[in-house]
Ligand binder design. Sequence first.
Ligand SMILES: Nc1ncnc2c1ncn2[C@@H]1O[C@H](COP(=O)(O)OP(=O)(O)OP(=O)(O)O)[C@@H](O)[C@H]1O
Ligand SMILES: [Mg+2]
Length: 248
Amino acid sequence: MITLTNVHKSFGPKHVLQGVDLTIDKGTSMVIIGGSGTGKSVMLKSVLGLVTPDSGEITVGGNNVQSGDRDAFLARFGMLFQGGALFDSLPVWQNVSFRLLRGALKRPHKEAREIAIEKLRRVGLTPETADLYPSELSGGMQKRVGLARAIAAEPEIIFFDEPTTGLDPIMSGVINELIREIVVEMGATAMTITHDMSSVRAIADNIAMLHDGVIKWTGPVKDMDDSKDPYLEQFIHGRAEGPIEAVR
Ligand SMILES: Nc1ncnc2c1ncn2[C@@H]1O[C@H](COP(=O)(O)OP(=O)(O)OP(=O)(O)O)[C@@H](O)[C@H]1O
Ligand SMILES: [Mg+2]
């Protein structure tokens, strides 16, 4: 469903992606791990075409992401941004059903609101939340509204950037289960970035570790613990000592 081939991206002198190769099969869940600032979010935004690589190729369903009809392309995706990226001036329910209120996916107002309330329920938020504004929510609630928005249009491809950061352990568990359900029930293809190793185990079919601008290790989650890869090992055990330097 998604392929990245020798993708490079620099910002000024900073060579962030230095030849990323990755394949994600349809209907599977890929989790990207790696240190802070290694380029995980940049990689995810490159697939959406929000960041343009300097070289290399990215395809979705066999088509180059930089070519073709952008609206039709983006209609296939749901995305949870790391920072939430909610619209401050819109109530929660209009944030969640943003795409259902306009454009190709437009539904009647009442239906869009009902869908928003149902999606809020799935992320553990009450119907009363629907009429609040983002500034009236806690950080964890904002995260869940972002998640509800990402799944609202039932996209075939869904990206989650740090879905459980800032959530309590129980809510993290709920969100991990939800992500797993979306992949299994909706047959969606998912790509998730997380630092949370319990999320990795709960969500992933496959994992890929980004380090020094390349995918250092990729494989099924079940192979992670016996990988013997020193980078992966250090990361999953959170050791200060190892090939990954803590200062970047
Ligand atoms: N639009 C941009 N302009 C300039 N530099 C950028 C831009 N976006 C990202 N960068 C740089 O690219 C590097 C990778 O950023 P990115 O957000 O992908 O990190 P990350 O792996 O997602 O980290 P974290 O785990 O902390 O979210 C950083 O050094 C960042 O400063
Ligand atoms: Mg990031």
